[in-house]
Design a protein around this ligand. Structure first.
Ligand SMILES: *[C@@H]1O[C@H](CO)[C@@H](O)[C@H](O)[C@H]1NC(C)=O
Ligand SMILES: *[C@@H]1O[C@H](CO)[C@@H](O)[C@H](O)[C@H]1NC(C)=O
Length: 389
C-alpha cells in the first residue's frame, strides 16, 4: 500500500515536472537592445533550445511575445460556435457571453465529388489556383475593417469582444479563419478536406495570410503574396533600408497608416532593436507546415532586401526541424503589385502539389531572388542553428 502510494506520488510529481518545463514569461517584458535579428533558439530567459520539446515551449513563448508586443490577444474559441455549409456558402454563428455575430464565406468547388483541398483567400485570390483545389473567399474586412486608422475597433470581431479589445485587425482575421475551420470540421455536408487547407492573400491581405498561418495550426499551406513590411519583412531590416535612404515601409510608419497592429505596438515602433522578436519568428511559428513566401523584388516600399533576408533567416527554423524544403522564398520583380508572374508558377505549383495534393515528389527547394538583394547574413545573424529533428 505504501509503495503504491509512493509510486502514485512519483507519477504525480513527474507529470507536474513535465507540465512545468515551459518557463512562463514574466508579467513585464524587459527589453534589451539587439541590433541583429534575435535568436529563435534562445528563450526569453536565456536558455538554449536544444530539443524538439524545447522548441515547443519556445514556439509558445514566441506566440505570446507577438501577442503582447505587436498584435494583441488572440481569444480562444468562444463557448458557442455553430454554422452550416450549404451549397457554395459557409455560415458561421458565434456567441460570446450573450452577444452574437454571423458571417459567411463562399466556396468555389472543383467539379467532382471530392473531398477537395481548399485555399482560403483573404479578399479573393491573386495567385492562380489550380482547378482541382477549392477556393474559399473570406471577407476579412467584415471581421475587422482596414480602411485607415479610423478603422480601430470596427468590424464583427469587435462587436463580439468590444471596441477596446487589444487584438489588431490581423489578429481578428486569424480568429475569423479559425471559426470558419471550426464550422467546416463540425459539418459533414460539404466536399472540403479540412486536413488540406491553405491560406493566401496579397499585400495587406498577405500580411494577414502569414499571421493566419502563424497562429492557426490547422492551416497546412501558407502563401503570403507581396506582404512586405508588417508581413514577411523584418522591422530591423526595413529600418536599415530606411537609414540607407530607401523609401520603405517601417514600423514607425505602419502604425500611422492602418490598424493592422495593436495599439500596444505603438510604444515600440521607435525602438525596434529593443524588441525580443522580429518577423523571421513568424516563419518559425508556421514551421514545420508548408510556407511559400512570394515577394516582389522591385518595389522598395515592400522592402525587398528586408523580406528576403527576413525569410531566409526564418527558414533556419525549418532547417533546425529537419524540413528546410517545407518553406520556400521567391522574390521576383518586373510586374505590377499583386500581378503574379508566370515565372513563379513552377514554385507555386510544387507547394500546392506537395502540401494540398499529396504529391511527395514535388520539388519545393525554393530560395531565390531574380536580382541580387545584397543581404549579408553575417551582419544580421550571430547565432547558430541547432538540430531539433
Ligand atoms: C491526401 O491524402 C489524405 C490522407 O491519405 C486523403 O484523405 C486525401 O483525400 C488526399 N487528397 C488528395 C487530393 O489526394
Ligand atoms: C508531382 O509534382 C511534380 C512536381 O511538381 C510533377 O512533375 C508531377 O507530375 C506531379 N505528380 C502527380 C502525380 O501529379
Amino acid at each position: 500500500m505504501t509503495s503504491l502510494k509512493s509510486l502514485l506520488a512519483l507519477v504525480t510529481l513527474s507529470v507536474t515536472v513535465l507540465a512545468q518545463t515551459c518557463a512562463p514569461l514574466p508579467a513585464t517584458i524587459t527589453l534589451r537592445a539587439n541590433s541583429r535579428l534575435p535568436d529563435p533558439f534562445t528563450t526569453y530567459g536565456g536558455q538554449k533550445v536544444t530539443t524538439a520539446a524545447d522548441w515547443t515551449c519556445r514556439r509558445n513563448e514566441i506566440s505570446e511575445l507577438f501577442q503582447r508586443l505587436e498584435v494583441g490577444t488572440l481569444p480562444p474559441k468562444p463557448s458557442s460556435v455553430t454554422g452550416t455549409v450549404s451549397g457554395n456558402s459557409i455560415t458561421v454563428n458565434v456567441n460570446n457571453g450573450g452577444t452574437g455575430i454571423s458571417f459567411t464565406a463562399s466556396i468555389r468547388y472543383p467539379t467532382g465529388n471530392g473531398p477537395f483541398p481548399a485555399i482560403i483567400a483573404l479578399g479573393g485570390a491573386s495567385i492562380p489556383i489550380p482547378s482541382n483545389v477549392a477556393v474559399i473567399t473570406y471577407n476579412n474586412d467584415d471581421i475587422a475593417q482596414q480602411a485607415n486608422t479610423g478603422s480601430r475597433g470596427r468590424g464583427k470581431f469587435y462587436t463580439l469582444y468590444g471596441q477596446g479589445h487589444s487584438a489588431s485587425a490581423m489578429t481578428a482575421w486569424v480568429w475569423g479563419v479559425s471559426r470558419l475551420i471550426d464550422v467546416l470540421e463540425a459539418n459533414t455536408g460539404h466536399r472540403i478536406d479540412t486536413k488540406r487547407l491553405g491560406v493566401t492573400g496579397c499585400s495587406r491581405n498577405g500580411k494577414g495570410a502569414i499571421m493566419i498561418g502563424a497562429f492557426e495550426p490547422r492551416i497546412a499551406l501558407t502563401i503570403p503574396q507581396e506582404s512586405g513590411s508588417g508581413g514577411a519583412a523584418c522591422w530591423r531590416l526595413s529600418d536599415d533600408m530606411s537609414r540607407r535612404g530607401i523609401e520603405v515601409q517601417t514600423a514607425r510608419q505602419i502604425v500611422t497608416e492602418n490598424v493592422w497592429f495593436s495599439p500596444l505596438f505603438n510604444q515600440y515602433v521607435n525602438r525596434v532593436p529593443d524588441l525580443p522578436l522580429d518577423h523571421h519568428f513568424l516563419a518559425g511559428l508556421v514551421a514545420p507546415r508548408g510556407l511559400l513566401v512570394i515577394e516582389h523584388s522591385g518595389i522598395n516600399w515592400l522592402g525587398p532586401f528586408s523580406t528576403y533576408g527576413c525569410m531566409v533567416t526564418g527558414r533556419k527554423v525549418y532547417q533546425a526541424l529537419g524540413v528546410p524544403n517545407n518553406m520556400g522564398i521567391s522574390s521576383v520583380g518586373g510586374h505590377g503589385h499583386c500581378q503574379f508572374p508566370s515565372s513563379q508558377n513552377t514554385e507555386l505549383t510544387a507547394f500546392i502539389n506537395k502540401f494540398l495534393l499529396n504529391n511527395t515528389s514535388a520539388n519545393t527547394n525554393v530560395q531565390r531572388s531574380d536580382v541580387n538583394l545584397n543581404y549579408n547574413e553575417a551582419s544580421w545573424v550571430d547565432w547558430t542553428v541547432p538540430n531539433l529533428a
